[in-house]
Design a protein around this ligand. Structure first.
Ligand code: TMP
Ligand code: ASP
Length: 253
């Protein structure tokens, strides 16, 4: 099989040119990084789990009319997605205080917030993805005013969908990060949810015990990351009880 052209390699994924114009193959690696890649490891099976989980969340979002880049899963580690121009922002939605917000504002982890709070970070690894305000975003032209309204609406719809889905399987969606892409439909430009939605980019706590089931397990050495993600996948019915995620790969070139 002819090897595809690599477009970009990030910390957890590789993007290849897709089989048709306007498509991209997104490959999920087993690499885990934290604190801007200061901490690194390879977690066997993480890529397979995140490929499946991101497929599951994005398919559900597409199904309720929240547009995403997801087209179809190709095999255990790869999915076909729509090519888009990534808005250089990490869009974070928080339902409970945790992580950098708890540190920054001195709010105890797990405190319920009065309403979902949306934050924006400028996507720049060299700068450590700094928190920015809408003033910065407008002044530096990272997104237009109309786009910011659409991004806020997308982020809150993703929050409602994901919170409900997780609540149904006894998991609290504490916070999450999404990325947004611009696509062109004819002359029309619109925004879609891009990148991935997985336990790498969410905080997920067991409602009963408070146990962490997301990348904080790796960040803070709390246990086996693949086991935590497997439990999320099993509860959601993404992974059959026999623990077998395997199926025959479909190859694309
Ligand atoms: P934070 O509390 O560290 O700012 O993280 C907020 C949310 O964003 C949390 O669910 C983890 C996610 N996140 C990413 O997906 N990528 C990142 O690089 C960081 C720092 C956080
Ligand atoms: N995504 C960042 C990294 O890969 C930080 C994090 O998720 O903690 O280093």
């Amino acid at each position: 099989m002819a090897r595809r052209n690599k477009i970009y390699e990030g910390k957890a994924k590789i993007l290849y040119e897709g089989p048709e114009p306007g498509t991209i193959v997104q490959y999920f690696k087993d690499d885990a990084t934290a604190f801007n890649a200061v901490k690194k490891d390879v977690i066997e099976g993480k890529g397979v789990l995140n490929n499946r989980l991101s497929e599951f969340f994005m398919t559900g979002l597409n199904g309720i009319g929240v547009p995403t880049h997801f087209l179809k899963r190709l095999n255990m580690r790869e999915q076909l997605v729509r090519a888009c121009e990534i808005v250089p922002l990490e869009v974070i939605v928080r339902n409970y205080a945790a992580g950098s917000m708890s540190k920054r504002l001195g709010i105890e982890e797990g405190t319920m917030l009065p309403r979902p709070i949306v934050e924006y970070c400028y996507k720049d690894d060299a700068l450590g993805d700094p928190l920015v305000s809408e003033e910065h975003i407008a002044a530096f032209g990272w997104a237009s005013q109309q786009e910011m309204e659409d991004i806020l609406s997308l982020a809150l719809r993703v929050n409602d969908y994901m919170s409900g889905l997780m609540y149904g399987v006894g998991i609290r969606l504490v916070d999450f990060k999404i990325e947004i892409g611009r696509v062109f439909d004819g002359d029309f430009q619109r925004l879609i949810v891009a990148d991935e939605i997985s336990p790498d980019s969410c905080r997920l706590w067991d409602i009963e015990s408070g146990k962490k089931m997301d990348k904080d397990v790796f960040r803070h050495d709390l246990g086996d990351l693949a086991d935590a993600y497997t439990e999320v996948a099993t509860r959601l019915g993404v992974m059959p009880k026999n623990g077998n995620l395997g199926d025959k790969p479909t190859l694309v070139n």
